[in-house]
Design a protein around this ligand. Sequence first.
Ligand SMILES: Nc1ncnc2c1ncn2[C@@H]1O[C@H](COP(=O)(O)OP(=O)(O)OP(=O)(O)O)[C@@H](O)[C@H]1O
Ligand SMILES: N[C@@H](CCO)C(=O)O
Length: 326
Amino acid sequence: MAVYTEVPDDELDSFAREYDIGRVVSCKGIAEGVENSNYLLQTDRGSYILTLYEKRVDPAELPFFLGLMEHLAARGLACPTPIPGRDGRALRSLCGRPAAIVSFLAGVWHARPRPEHCAALGEAMAEMHLKGADFGGRRPNSLSVAGWRPLFEAIRPRAGQIDPSLAPLVADELDLLEASWPSDLPVGLIHADLFPDNVFFLPTDAGGERVSGLIDFYFACTDILAYDLAICLNAWCFETDGAFNATKARLMLGAYRKRRPLSEPELAALPLLARGAALRFLLTRAYDWLNTPAGALVKRKDPLEYLRKLRFHQGLTGPGGYGIAP
Ligand SMILES: Nc1ncnc2c1ncn2[C@@H]1O[C@H](COP(=O)(O)OP(=O)(O)OP(=O)(O)O)[C@@H](O)[C@H]1O
Ligand SMILES: N[C@@H](CCO)C(=O)O
C-alpha cells in the first residue's frame, strides 16, 4: 500500500481548481508502489495520476524528473506527461508535500514477463536512451558505486538479522566493484528502476503485445547506459525459482542492440555492471528491511532475492552467460 498522505476532499478540490482538468469525479489511492503516495484522479474530462512525493525524493530534484518526462513525452516516448497548472507550473504543493499531476497511461504490467515482453522492453529502453540524449538536465546517480558503501555501513551492524553471509559477501563485492567499476563507457540518461511494474503493455491487433508506457522516472539519472540493461537483466530475466533465463536476456539485449548498438567494451562490462546492479538493489532492500517499522502498510521486498542474483553474476566468465555472442 503506498498512500502515506491522505488528501481531504476540500484540499483536493481547491488543488484541482488550480488546473484546467475539469471537475473531480473521484480520487482513489493506488495500492502499488512503495516510494510515493499515488492517486488515480478522475475528472469529467479524463484520468490523471496525482502523486505526493514522500521521504526518499529530494524536492530539489523534482524539476529534473518532471522536466525529463516532459522532454521524453514531447519526443513521442510513451511516458507520463506532467500537467501544468493554470499558472504554467507542474510542481505544486498539497497537504504539505510537493505534488504533481501527470497523464494517465493505459496498460497492464506483467509480474512474470514472457520472452516477448523482454524483447519489447529492450527496444523501448533503447528508444528512451536515444530520446533522452538531448535532454539538457543532469543528475548524478546517488545510488551508483559511490553510494553503496554508506548504505552498507548503515546496514552492516544488523545485516546478520537478514542472513549471516550477507555482510562478508557484500564487503568483498564492494571492494572489487569499487576497484574495477568502469569509467569509460557511454553515459546518458537512464531510468535506473525499469522493473516490470514500471512497464505497461497493451495488446496489438496482430495478437501480440506492445509497450504502452514507461512510468516512475524518480530514480532517473545520468549514468552508464549499459547499466540500465544490467538492472533489467536482474529484474526481468530470472524466473521465480531463481533460475536465470538466457533466452529472455538474449531477446532483451538483441532488441536493444537493433536500436542502439552496444560496443565491445559495453558488452564485456555487462557481468560487472549486473553485479553492481544486483548489489544496489540488495543494499536498498536490506536497508528498507531493517528500517521499515513493524506494522507499516508497505510490503517489504526480499533482499535475499538479490543476494542470489549477485551470486549468479559472480559465477559468469563473460557476457556469453547472457545468451549473446561476445
Ligand atoms: N502515469 C500513470 N498511468 C497509469 N498508472 C500509473 C501512472 N503512474 C503510476 N501509476 C500507477 O501507480 C502505481 C505506482 O506508481 P509508481 O511505480 O510510480 O509508484 P512508486 O511509489 O514510485 O513506486 P515504486 O518506486 O515502488 O515502483 C503503478 O504501479 C501504477 O499502477
Ligand atoms: N524496484 C525496487 C523498488 C522501488 O525502487 C526494488 O524492487 O527493489
